[in-house]
Write a protein that binds this ligand. Structure first.
Ligand SMILES: [Zn+2]
Ligand SMILES: [Zn+2]
Length: 150
């Protein structure tokens, strides 16, 4: 969107929060906006962006906002091994992630078969499987460039 964050998106976010039974606050909207613009941000990154609008907003409060939004099903939390938890607005589609082993950059990988759980485990131990969460690891394009010019 060329004009950035429009009125329409704000209305949509308001509705999302209310549907989840959460009070609409400027800080919550700012956190959601930050994640719309920068998916897979960690708490520090979200905090930095929310603070641009709300200078006194603490890191602790950012944690609380992200937890509340995740509990309400508005955000998805991903926790790649060895990296802080990251958040995104793309929820409910069982997509996976690829993580750069060098710089930690994260990108989305669509569900391989288009629907959850996308993978067929060889044995489920009697569980009825609903979703799968796969983390692929590798080098992001920037790190590949850095490697070949090193
Ligand atoms: Zn990288
Ligand atoms: Zn994602």
């Amino acid at each position: 969107m060329i004009t950035g964050y429009g009125r329409f998106m704000t209305i949509e976010l308001n509705a999302r929060l209310r549907d989840a039974g959460l009070r609409v606050t400027g800080q919550r909207l700012a956190a959601l906006r930050a994640l719309d613009e920068h998916p897979h941000s960690d708490t520090d990154e979200v905090h930095r962006r929310v603070r641009e609008e709300f200078p006194g907003f603490s890191l602790q409060a950012t944690y609380a906002v992200l937890n509340a939004l995740t509990d309400a099903g508005i955000l998805r939390r991903i926790e790649p091994a060895g990296s802080p938890a990251r958040y995104e607005r793309r929820i409910g589609d069982n997509h996976h992630h690829v993580v750069c082993t060098r710089c930690g950059a994260v990108a989305d990988v669509d569900c391989v078969h288009g629907e959850a759980p996308c993978l067929a485990p060889s044995s489920t131990g009697g569980f009825e499987i609903s979703t799968a969460e796969v983390t692929f690891w590798g080098l992001c394009p920037e790190c590949q460039t850095a490697r070949s010019s090193a």
